[in-house]
Write a protein that binds this ligand. Structure first.
Ligand code: CP
Length: 323
């Protein structure tokens, strides 16, 4: 109700009348309460409507400084955080890691101290190694958001996926979500597992033996090593990219062999529910984990919606986390 009033009186929207999260930092979805997740979805809903207007700006973060600190490549996450911060009126700085003093041997701790001295209001961090985000954030004096860490977590991807599921009129507690492909190396799979489980969904892991997570026993999932069986009657089929950059201990089959057994096609998808949503965090490998024509089939695929919703969800995260 409060948010509805905010929506129809857009000029009154300030960060003080938005809900706040129960956490300072967003490094793991495990730290979020269900109420936190619903708050982010509700606030994202306000921004999504406005993102379709000619004037997309809601400058409630005017004068605030937000820094993107990406140690790994990114298209969607990096740009959507930048778009999100700018639509909220913040000054957004993308730190160029390759051109930074980290390449002269400066440590993460000294980099964090240097950023602290410039008084940022929030720092967004992507890093390939587990533990690095904790190391940097323990030194920073402002809130941080993880934009993906090693094979651990990608919290805002899971939040935008949850938003997309709810936006398509699916109820979390009534759905079966099949997460399919390279689960062992996927931070998206882990964050989605923890978030959707928290919201009451049934989760399946569908993966060939060589991509089965080593800690499978720690997840409350149904496990399948067959794609057709694993997506039977599923409401959501979430495909994953093969994370080649993280694979050094697996003998992969040929692309043709992988696609034959684990590539999602229109034909295999007939096993799922009729109104199934096909999701993929991107970047996609066409005709490896998903048939190219299926990725583009807007009756089934919500891959572009995920990207669009990513802006609104990241605006919501910034708006509720910046002090
Ligand atoms: N889904 C995702 O994290 O994509 P990017 O690597 O392009 O940010």
């Amino acid at each position: 109700m409060v948010l509805y009033n905010i929506l129809i009186t857009k000029p009154m929207l300030t960060i003080n009348n938005l809900p706040k999260l129960s956490v300072q930092n967003l490094s793991s979805v495990k730290d979020l309460t269900k109420a936190d997740v619903m708050s982010i979805i509700e606030v994202a809903n306000l921004f999504k409507k406005n993102n379709k207007e000619k004037n997309k700006n809601i400058p409630i973060l005017n004068g605030r400084t937000i820094i993107n600190l990406f140690f790994e490549p990114s298209t969607r996450t990096l740009i959507s955080f930048e778009v999100a911060a700018k639509r909220l009126g913040a000054d957004m700085i993308n730190m160029n890691i390759e051109g930074s003093s980290l390449r002269k041997g400066e440590t993460l701790i000294d980099t964090a101290d240097t950023l602290n001295a410039m008084n940022p209001d929030l720092v967004i961090i992507r890093h390939g190694s587990s533990g690095s985000i904790k190391e940097i954030s323990s030194r920073l004096k402002c809130p941080i958001i993880s934009a993906g860490e090693g094979t651990e977590e990608h919290p805002t991807q899971a939040l935008l996926d949850a938003y997309t599921i709810q936006d398509n009129q699916k109820k979390f507690e009534e759905i079966t979500v099949s997460i399919c492909g390279d689960i062992e190396h996927s931070r998206v799979a882990r964050s989605n597992y923890h978030l959707l489980k928290k919201m009451g969904s049934k989760i399946r892991f569908v993966t060939p033996d060589y991509f089965k997570p080593k800690d499978l026993d720690s997840f409350d999932v149904e496990y399948f090593d067959n794609l057709e069986l694993g997506i039977e009657s599923a409401d959501i089929v979430m495909m994953l990219r093969i994370q080649k950059e993280r694979i050094n201990d697996v003998n992969l089959p040929s692309i043709d062999e992988y696609f034959k057994h684990f590539g999602l096609t229109h034909k295999k998808l007939t096993n799922a529910k009729k109104d199934v949503l096909v999701m993929h965090p991107g970047p996609i490998n066409r005709n490896i984990e998903i048939e190219s024509s299926l990725a583009d089939d807007l009756d089934k695929s919500v891959i572009n919606e995920q990207v669009e919703n990513g802006v609104a969800v990241r605006m919501a995260c910034l708006a509720v986390m910046v002090k």
